[in-house]
Design a protein around this ligand. Structure first.
Ligand code: HEM
Ligand SMILES: *[C@@H]1O[C@H](CO)[C@@H](O)[C@H](O)[C@H]1NC(C)=O
Ligand SMILES: CC(=O)N[C@H]1CO[C@H](CO)[C@@H](O)[C@@H]1O
Length: 316
């Protein structure tokens, strides 16, 4: 009998020492036989949604973050409970745009219209793939998405804990450390604000009071929000639907929209990373992909702890 090599022995040992299924095993080829056309189906469905509305891409990316950050990436953010007690109706989710939910509903319908795929693909995986499409089809990196998540059955308003737009660096770091992220990863993820917009209530308090805001920018935001106090909004950067590193270049000139954006440059402990991403888009893209992949692993459910939801809004 051939002797087994040392690497093999070490691998077996390592596997034996791992706690059983402590971490769900995600794989990029999880649906290779269950739904071979999955990625093509979702790519084309999200493309249609994004063509229908420029809000679809940003809203979908944000939805993925809000899902993973609460109870893990288990599509709990999509659940609609008849008593109204669900994550999407927490105050922190009030401004989630319906276009994001619609993008996922459309993608799910497209997946289930393929007889081979029907009821085979979790809503959590559809959301992870749709978020990648939102990034890629906005001009950002195309990256492999790990799959094999199961959908959760629970969603409650009180379980929602999300970062706030007035957080300082320590608060941002402590929030993201709770999800397992370093400061650099937190900054890369904040680069998601290279697409989309913010409503006035999230930043209006900074106008005229925050000295780190460029005065000309403050005047511009002021007139936007004065003209439409309830419906006014500001795009995060100049390339509204373009996924690039311009978000970081705007921070360098005091044109960050949210306090939590601008502080990444103002605080000298995080400034070097902002400067790096501002000058090196490749570095931002690489770190963003790594951090998004890591975000996609947060709190993942298995067949034993979750299900494949038939309607993304309701547990089976
Ligand atoms: C760092 C802490 C974060 C804070 C404080 C924060 C806060 C916010 C706020 C206040 C808005 C505006 C909402 C509105 O007016 O409708 C927003 C929008 C957005 N956020 Fe974040 N966010 C954070 C991190 C992230 C992360 C990690 C991602 C994804 C990688 C993300 C993606 C987005 C996107 C794409 C939008 C635009 C949504 C749209 O245009 O509909 N955010 N965020
Ligand atoms: C904002 O606009 C109001 C009304 O025009 C004005 O009174 C105020 O001084 C402006 N503030 C800033 C910071 O531009
Ligand atoms: C998208 C969505 O469901 N938003 C809800 C957020 O929470 C508020 C307050 O409960 C609801 O009115 C929104 O419909």
């Amino acid at each position: 009998m051939a002797s087994v090599g040392l690497p093999f022995v070490l691998a077996v040992l390592a596997a034996a020492l791992m706690p059983p299924s402590a971490v769900a095993q995600l794989r990029t080829d999880y649906y290779a036989t269950k739904c071979p056309k999955l990625e093509t189906i979702i790519r084309s469905s999200v493309k249609q949604s994004m063509a229908q509305s420029p809000i679809s891409g940003p809203a979908t990316l944000r939805l993925f973050f809000h899902d993973c950050a609460v109870r893990g990436c288990d599509a709990s953010i999509l659940i609609v409970n008849s008593n109204g007690d669900d994550e999407r109706r927490n105050a922190d989710n009030q401004s989630l745009k319906p276009e994001g939910f619609q993008t996922i509903m459309n993608a799910k319908a497209a997946v289930d219209s393929d007889p081979q795929c029907k009821y085979q693909v979790s809503c959590a995986d559809i959301l992870a793939l749709a978020a990648r499409e939102a990034v890629y089809q906005s001009g950002g990196p195309n990256y492999p998405v790990e799959l094999g998540r199961f959908d959760g059955r629970l969603s409650t308003r009180n379980s929602v804990v999300l970062p706030h737009a007035n957080f300082n660096l320590d608060q941002l770091n402590s929030y993201f450390a709770g999800l397992g992220f370093t400061q650099t990863e937190m900054i890369a993820l904040s680069g998601g604000h290279t697409i989309g917009a913010s409503d006035c209530p999230f930043f209006q308090y900074r106008i005229g009071t925050d000295p780190t805001m460029d005065p000309a920018f403050a005047a511009q935001l002021n007139s936007t929000c004065n003209a439409n106090p309830t419906t006014g909004f500001a795009f995060f950067d100049d390339t509204v639907v373009g996924f690039d590193n311009s978000y970081f270049r705007k921070l360098q000139v005091g044109r960050g929209v949210l306090g939590s954006d601008q502080v990444l440059y103002t605080d000298t402990r995080s400034r070097a990373t902002v400067n790096n991403y501002a000058t090196n888009q490749g570095a931002f893209f690489a770190d963003f992909v790594m951090a998004m992949t890591k975000l996609g692993r947060v709190g993942v459910k298995t067949a034993a702890t979750g299900e494949i939801r038939r309607d993304c809004r309701f547990p089976n």
